[in-house]
Write a protein that binds this ligand. Structure first.
Ligand SMILES: CC(C)(COP(=O)(O)OP(=O)(O)OC[C@H]1O[C@@H](n2cnc3c(N)ncnc32)[C@H](O)[C@@H]1OP(=O)(O)O)[C@@H](O)C(=O)NCCC(=O)NCCS
Length: 244
């Protein structure tokens, strides 16, 4: 009896995501990655924009309290997480005592991002598990993060993972009834010559103060020469203004 040769099962075309610590050489790539991920999110949020600034991002790399992890699929960065074991930095939004009073030891998730082309494929879930794992191994009791209230997609994603709302700032606005800075046009008084004879608005003035030229605009060139000091000052101010 000849045994039929078993055909090996077709190799599944699977991809895997790997996590590693960030390296200095990744910094520029990760910065560009974050700008791409948050481009659409930023358009809709009043909050500070993510990522905050390249200067801050580069500073984070040198902080020993912050763990930056990069997630790759076949060498391409598809995810990034940044978490801090202490509320640190002068632009921090949390009050550490709030957590102390409640017996919480938070792991602050400062950034969590998945490449738009890889969202919905489990990368975010893997990052979340990695963060929970870090929290456990470092003795933290909670993951704490900030998300814009109108980032509906991320918010519902977090809620589906049992995140709940802490006491946090809400952006409020009040409409101030508007008034233009400049007054509306005003009708001029008639020229004194046409005014009714007798004491009028020009009464008591010297003839040169009453006559027309005071109301007539000087030609441009003439005005330029009469106010020489203003131009250079304006030009200097413009030069001093930083480029946007
Ligand atoms: C939010 C984000 C991190 C999620 O990452 P992701 O890789 O897309 O998430 P996953 O693929 O791991 O999650 C998929 C799961 O979540 C579910 N899911 C997807 N979008 C969801 C949503 N908006 N609400 C609830 N559940 C959602 C899917 O059904 C799937 O469920 P399953 O695991 O039971 O199959 C990612 O979309 C992202 O980076 N967004 C832009 C940046 C951002 O807003 N970051 C948060 C700033 S604080």
């Amino acid at each position: 009896m000849s045994a039929k040769k078993a055909t090996p099962p077709a190799k599944k075309d699977t991809l895997e995501v790997r996590v590693r610590r960030i390296h200095r050489r990744d910094l520029n790539r990760v910065w560009e990655f974050l700008k791409l991920v948050f481009r659409d999110v930023n358009r809709e949020t009043v909050e500070y924009q993510r990522p905050r600034s390249k200067r801050r991002f580069l500073e984070v790399y040198t902080s020993e309290w912050i763990e930056q992890l990069v997630y790759e699929v076949e060498g391409q960065i598809v995810g990034y997480s940044e978490c801090a074991f202490e509320a640190s930095g002068d632009d921090n939004w949390v009050n550490p005592r709030w957590f102390e009073k409640r017996g919480m030891r938070p792991l602050f998730v400062e950034e969590l991002a998945v490449h738009p082309g890889y969202q919905g494929r489990g990368v975010g879930g893997f990052i979340m598990e990695q963060l929970q794992h870090l929290a456990r191994t470092r003795g933290c009791t909670h993951l704490v993060l900030e998300v814009a209230e109108n980032n509906d997609s991320a918010l519902s994603w977090y809620r589906a993972r049992n995140f709940y709302k802490l006491d946090a700032a809400i952006f409020l606005a009040q409409k101030v009834p508007g008034e233009p800075d400049l007054l509306p046009p005003r009708e001029l008084k008639p020229r004194p010559a046409q005014a009714a004879k007798g004491p009028g608005p020009s009464a008591g003035l010297m003839p040169e103060e009453v006559s027309g030229p005071a109301l007539v605009r000087k030609p441009r060139a003439a005005r330029k020469t009469t106010t020489p000091a203003r131009k250079p000052a304006t030009a200097a101010r413009k030069k001093a203004r930083p480029a946007r």
